[in-house]
Design a protein around this ligand. Structure first.
Ligand code: UD1
Ligand code: UDP
Length: 364
């Protein structure tokens, strides 16, 4: 049997690495299809190196575009690849457009599918990712969840519970593997940072796609930089708009290119505070015990609030929230880490997939 993993965007690479490794250890025949949704060296290649991911067997080079244009290119490219390779299982990750397109194409071709990071819900359909999550989960044959609450959300949407496997969080597996390599000092030195600093990453469309939202966000972020030196590895999506809104070097702010995985996590590990609108960074800061302020009205990862260091903020509440976080440090409400975020999600997923490929009955 053949398993194909469809990957396209930065967070996909991080989630897939432990699954690919664990399936490899079980001797499963597999290949990576890179859709080319992300294509810059610092948004793609550096992750393959840092995560020791095998080279893709195909790169569709779909590139950027409106949702319709990008998804259309993904559908056409993936149909050709799936038809040519005839996989027994297609594995998709997270909630990006590459995930959505792969599940649609596989479902129409009658190919079985697995979704890693199923059942996350922000209940906010203005987020493109929420739409992708709902469609992907409704079409998946195997659903791997990172948090116990996912099961009830999926059941409510009509997903049969026997398809759902709570396995923990593969993004945290990658973090565990990287831990011995995480050294803040060289990155701090290269970027000219003092030893006490904050890191910000910002790329959600609702925050960066209009001049008004960008200005409001930048005002909040600059207020944080008045309190603690701030480094911003900038996602290409927000680069121009946030710069126009005033997010430029100077006055305690340093704007840099996106960082590779090991460099970025090193920087987070050494940081006093994280400000973000990323999904993955909410989880990683929780595991590294660094206070995290998430500039969003909601999160599909509430476990990072109940079991972690995360707080939801608005641009207007950022300065006061930063003051509080800097005074309180990283106290977590429960004192316990999220269940099964233990570095062994990849092997759990691989065992279920291998059993499924052999035709075992997986009903609990
Ligand atoms: C995508 C995901 C988002 C995820 C993010 C991770 C969707 C709908 N969104 O958002 O959920 O959080 O990836 O980073 O799939 N660009 C470059 N170089 C690149 C890639 C993109 O310059 O290598 C620029 C292009 O101007 C492009 C823009 O970024 O138009 C947006 O890229 P796109 O892949 O459409 O969405 P992201 O915002 O990256
Ligand atoms: N990340 C990185 N370099 C950066 C910013 C983020 O390596 O400059 C990593 C981060 O550690 C996490 C992943 O990229 O593993 C998250 O991707 P992103 O925030 O783009 O997407 P999201 O999680 O919001 O979908």
């Amino acid at each position: 049997p053949l398993v194909l993993h469809v990957l396209g965007a930065r967070p996909n690479f991080v989630k897939a690495a432990p699954v690919v490794r664990a399936l490899g250890e079980l001797g499963v025949r597999q290949g990576i299809i890179h859709t080319g949704q992300h294509y810059d060296e610092l948004m793609s290649d550096v992750f393959f190196r840092d995560l020791a991911l095998p080279d893709p067997i195909a790169n569709l080079a779909v590139g950027s575009g409106t949702h319709a244009k990008q998804t259309a290119a993904l559908l056409v490219g993936l149909e050709e690849v799936f038809t040519g390779h005839e996989p027994d299982l297609v594995v998709v990750y997270g909630d990006v457009n590459s995930t959505l397109a792969a599940i649609l194409v596989a479902a129409k071709l009658g190919i079985s599918t697995a979704h890693v990071e199923a059942g996350l819900r922000s209940f906010d359909r203005s987020m493109p990712e929420e739409v992708n999550r709902i469609v992907t989960d409704s079409l998946s044959d195997l659903l791997f969840t990172t948090s116990p609450d996912a099961l009830q959300f999926l059941a409510r949407e009509g997903v049969a519970p026997e398809k759902v496997h709570f396995v923990g969080n593969p993004m945290i597996d990658s973090l565990f593997s990287a831990l011995p390599k995480l050294d803040p000092a060289p990155v701090q030195k290269r970027l000219g940072l003092p030893s006490r600093y904050a890191v910000a990453t910002l790329h959600r469309p609702a925050n960066v796609d209009t001049p008004e939202a960008a200005r409001e966000l930048v005002d909040g972020v600059l207020a944080v930089a008045e309190r603690i030196p701030l480094v911003v590895p900038i996602h290409p999506r927000g680069r121009a708009r946030l710069a126009e809104a005033g997010l430029v070097d100077g006055q305690g702010v340093k704007v840099v290119d996106p960082l590779g995985y090991v460099d970025f996590l090193s920087l987070v590990r050494g940081a006093t505070l994280v400000v973000t609108d990323s999904g993955g960074v909410q989880e990683e800061s929780t595991m590294l015990g660094v206070p995290c302020l998430t500039v969003r009205p909601n999160t599909e990862r509430p476990v990072t609030i109940t079991h972690g260091t995360n707080r939801l903020v608005t641009p207007a509440s950022l300065p006061a929230a930063a003051d509080k976080a800097l005074a309180d440090g990283a106290a977590t409400p429960s004192g316990e880490l999220p269940p099964l975020w233990d570095g062994a999600a990849g092997p759990r997923i691989a065992r279920v997939v291998a059993a499924w490929l052999k035709g075992d009955n997986l009903s609990p």
